[in-house]
Design a protein around this ligand. Structure first.
Ligand code: ATP
Length: 225
């Protein structure tokens, strides 16, 4: 069986080192063939993002340049109106065929929201789910934060051997600890608005893109050399 393909959805508003480390570490630990970044169009789960979909996509494309493990799937940003992950996964599954192992990658915070997603039970027919721990979601308390239907799926599907995702195309949940980088896009947008320098939270070329396109702030003087 071909090595699993990881799928990392998000608003990426903007993409930052927390996302890139999540992709790299989960790919290394689960021996993924590839991680596809899937920037959302108009997200169904939150208020409108700060930057237009075309800019968020362009920033993701810049961020993955130079790492052959990482690719970008633009389809949600090209679609008008809200898109649901389950529909996108169905389209990807149709392209890869039934035997390919697919892995939907989520931070623990996003996993806790999973039961609010459209037709979320169906996700497990289409892909495995890999949950990466990030700061603020310690392993010993997080199970108590899952709503009951999600906890039921978790208990049923948890794979004690994460590399088991190599032997089935979908249906398992694996938990992957990753180095804690307490970075969020919200923190970056806020610091830009406050006139602070976001350096070292995200790649330099993304900061340059934000400045060149005047994103998140009317006054782009925060970079100043
Ligand atoms: P925002 O602050 O705007 O809510 P965000 O930084 O959390 O954004 P998203 O685009 O919403 O980014 O996240 C996409 C995915 O990346 C989610 O599964 C989320 O859990 C995960 N993620 C985001 N930041 C980190 C981080 N620092 N470490 C690990 N995972 C992260």
């Amino acid at each position: 069986m071909a090595a699993p393909i990881g799928i990392l959805g998000g608003t990426f508003d903007p993409i930052h080192y927390g996302h890139l480390r999540l992709a790299q570490e989960v790919a290394d630990k689960l021996r993924l063939a590839e991680v596809r970044f899937l920037p959302s169009g108009t997200p169904p789960h939150r208020s409108s993002p700060g930057a237009p979909a075309a800019d968020r996509l362009a920033m993701v494309q810049l961020a993955v340049t130079g790492n052959s493990l990482l690719t970008v799937d633009p389809r949600e940003t090209l679609r008008a109106g809200p898109g649901y992950t389950v529909d996108t996964l169905m389209a990807i599954r149709a392209e890869t065929g039934p035997a390919q192992s697919l892995v939907l990658m989520l931070g623990a915070d996003a996993f806790l929201e999973l039961a609010t997603w459209s037709r979320w039970h169906q996700l497990f027919e289409l892909a495995h789910v890999a949950v990466a721990y990030r700061p603020g979601f310690p392993v010993d308390t997080w199970q108590s934060r899952m709503p009951q239907p999600l906890a039921a799926e978790y208990n049923k599907r948890l794979m004690r051997q994460p590399l088991g995702i190599h032997t089935a195309p979908a249906g398992g949940i694996v938990v992957v600890p990753i180095a804690a980088l307490d970075i969020s896009a919200t923190l970056i947008r806020d610091s830009i608005r406050d006139g602070a320098n976001p350096r070292y939270l995200l790649p330099e070329q993304i900061i340059k893109y934000i400045q060149d396109n005047d994103l998140y702030n009317d006054n782009s003087s925060y970079i100043g050399d």
